[in-house]
Design a protein around this ligand. Structure first.
Ligand SMILES: Cc1ncc(COP(=O)(O)O)c(C=O)c1O
Length: 375
């Protein structure tokens, strides 16, 4: 792509993809062709491989058409047995979305709410599970993209396992960019999508689930299309999706997984994202912006900043000025704080962040906003 046309998407997805990923979609393939069936197999196996999971081991990957929310809806609808009680841990919009999905599906759901700027507290979760021993599934978001805060998966998995409940993780914005140890975190199923840290295009989500969990969920789904057991069986029996697969999106994801491996796997990608985050946070702090999330809880996925207190500062003209220069940032999503967000994932390198910071500095100087600039 000509450099002048390249936009930098400092967003939590869809995000920048490589030329190789976009070029891999230039082929039309039939959904029943052996070569396409092999691509589906490669995608399922390589998602396990990058996670250090054995394709012949405990877990399998079930891809699902649609955005990430569709896969979350499929997992909640398939893995919650008829009279089961579900607990959802909430410290942002994506936790709340899971509650809403469960309510729409008529599932007996409770939510345990935390401040959006606080990580979920495992001790409080353990106490809640003691009070309600009949809860059989606990769901949490790993990186709550509302703010970019990280929740403590390993501790949450341990208290959930101690209560003999299943542990479901929405790792939409973290999978592929942050190492997750499935065994240490006691994960029964994890949901993510192609267009976040895997750096592919939108249109496909997937669930990494224990095979035993899928087996036990036969006939449990609350919908025909969002039946993960049936989707899994279709893939295992014929290698094919039950309904039209997003063929080009699968080819792109196959290439994106190859690219991730060439980069050095999740560890190397995580290091690049951490480096992006370091440059962004130190640069923004130097310019006088205050991060909303305490540094020790801040993910390398997205950072939230308080809007400057200067009453003349408005997000929209700031956004537009940057967008005219092909720099796309993101509005805030925190309920009680005026904020905006800048993502650090996708095919973005250190020089993209230096360029963004120089542009923000230029904007502040041009407009004369009163920020306590630090040297
Ligand atoms: C943590 C988390 N969960 C769920 C979603 C929803 O994914 P989608 O917009 O692909 O449906 C997002 C999207 O950003 C997310 O960050």
């Amino acid at each position: 792509m000509p450099k002048s046309e390249r936009k930098c998407l400092f967003t939590p997805g869809p995000l920048n993809t490589s030329d190789a990923v976009r070029q891999s979609m230039l082929l039309d393939k039939g959904s029943r062709e052996p070569a396409f069936i092999q691509s589906v197999k490669n995608v399922r196996q390589n998602i396990l491989k990058i996670t250090d999971l054995d394709p012949d081991g405990l877990y399998t990957v079930v891809p699902m058409q649609g955005s990430g929310t569709f896969s979350i809806e499929a997992a909640i609808g398939t893995f919650t047995a008829k009279n089961a009680k579900l607990l959802i841990l909430v410290n942002g919009a994506y936790g709340r979305r899971m509650v809403s999905i469960a309510e729409h599906l008529d599932i007996d759901v409770q939510s345990l709410e935390f401040e959006e700027t606080e990580a979920i507290c495992p001790l409080k979760v353990a106490a809640h599970l003691k009070l309600y021993p009949d809860i059989s599934l606990v769901a949490t978001v790993h990186c709550e993209t509302t703010t970019g805060i990280m929740n403590p998966l390993e501790k949450l998995g341990a208290v959930t396992a101690a209560a003999d409940a299943l542990f479901m993780v929405d790792a939409m914005s973290s999978f592929g960019g942050i190492k997750i140890d499935f065994s240490k975190c006691r994960i029964d199923c994890l949901v993510s999508s192609a267009n976040k840290c895997l750096e592919s295009v939108p249109g496909l989500g997937f669930v990494i689930a224990k095979k035993t969990l899928l087996q036990s969920a036969q006939g449990q789904a609350r919908s025909l299309s969002f039946d993960l057991h049936a989707q899994w069986q279709g893939l295992e029996n014929s290698g094919q999706f039950r309904f039209t697969p997003p063929t080009h999106v699968i080819l792109a994801l196959e290439k994106a997984l190859e690219t991730l491996t060439q980069e050095g796997g999740i560890e190397a990608r995580s290091e690049r994202y951490h480096n992006n985050r370091r440059i962004l946070l130190s640069g923004m702090t130097r310019l006088g912006f205050r991060p909303v999330i305490e540094d020790s809880l801040q993910s390398p996925v997205i950072a939230t900043f308080h809007q400057p207190e200067d009453p003349r500062f408005e997000f929209t003209p700031f956004y537009q000025w940057l967008a005219e220069r092909n720099l796309i940032i993101y509005p805030g999503k925190v309920s009680r704080i005026d904020s905006f967000r800048i993502g650090t994932i996708g095919d973005l390198q250190a020089q993209d962040f230096h360029h963004l910071l120089e542009s923000i500095e230029k904007y502040l100087k041009l407009t004369g906003f009163d920020l306590p600039l630090k040297n």
